[in-house]
Design a protein around this ligand. Structure first.
Ligand code: GTP
Ligand code: MG
Length: 195
């Protein structure tokens, strides 16, 4: 994908009506601080279009980034943000569920997992949830720059087994620092959206 134009077009809070964009959408889910917004910035070659933070809980809305007026990258709020109140957590969960359930244009859901750690119980639930909604989750293992190259296969295997991934399901390692993995992710998105 050659990025000619990108804009944050639609922002949805817990009470917003979700849009029917009429164009292909791909969404990025994952626990707070895993690197969803950083990945979107990397994909669109911008440093700070999607706001990022070392503090978890930065993205609290569903943000639709419009690419070349033809498709959307959708940044979902992170789960597992410990200091959020139970009420807020439940609202976010409902918002994400509502989106996965109702979007007519959603082509794929990427689940981001920090490559350094075994997926959490929340990650496992999210993986199952995406499957139940009828999508084949595609795992992106983020923060690739934080592990030694020699440890890569071990970490990928731990993610695969902990999530009990379907055989043939993809895991794509990515680093927001080096942009390693970026082209593979775009290739996949291009195939999924038919663009
Ligand atoms: P929420 O909006 O809270 O759900 O978080 P998020 O998933 O959008 O995470 P965000 O992109 O804001 O990144 C969180 C922190 O991790 C920031 O300090 C980023 O700079 C850092 N980070 C993200 N991706 C990478 C990566 O690939 N490598 C390294 N070293 N740091 C990363
Ligand atoms: Mg974010």
């Amino acid at each position: 994908m050659v990025i000619k134009q990108v804009a944050l077009d639609i922002v949805c809070g817990v009470t917003s009506t979700l849009p029917d964009t009429g164009q292909p959408e791909v969404a990025f889910a994952g626990k707070s601080n895993v690197g969803k917004s950083s990945l979107i910035n990397g994909l669109v070659n911008r440093k700070a279009l999607a706001r990022t933070s070392s503090q978890p809980g930065k993205t609290q809305t569903i943000n639709f980034y419009h690419i070349n007026d033809e498709m959307y990258l959708v940044d979902l709020p992170g789960y597992g943000y410990a200091t959020a109140s139970e009420e807020v957590k439940a609202q976010w969960g409902k918002m994400i569920e509502r989106y996965l359930h109702t979007s007519a244009n959603l082509k794929a859901v990427f689940l981001l997992i920090d490559i350094r750690h075994a997926p959490s119980v929340n990650d496992q639930m999210m993986y199952r949830w995406i499957l139940e909604k009828g999508y084949h989750p595609i795992v992106i293992a983020t923060k690739l720059d934080k592990i030694k190259r020699s440890q890569l296969q071990k970490h990928l295997k731990l993610i695969r087994t902990t999530l009990d991934m379907e055989s043939g399901a993809r895991i794509l390692p990515y680093s927001a620092l080096t942009k390693q993995g970026r082209d593979e992710i775009w290739e996949l998105i291009d195939g999924l959206t038919g663009l």
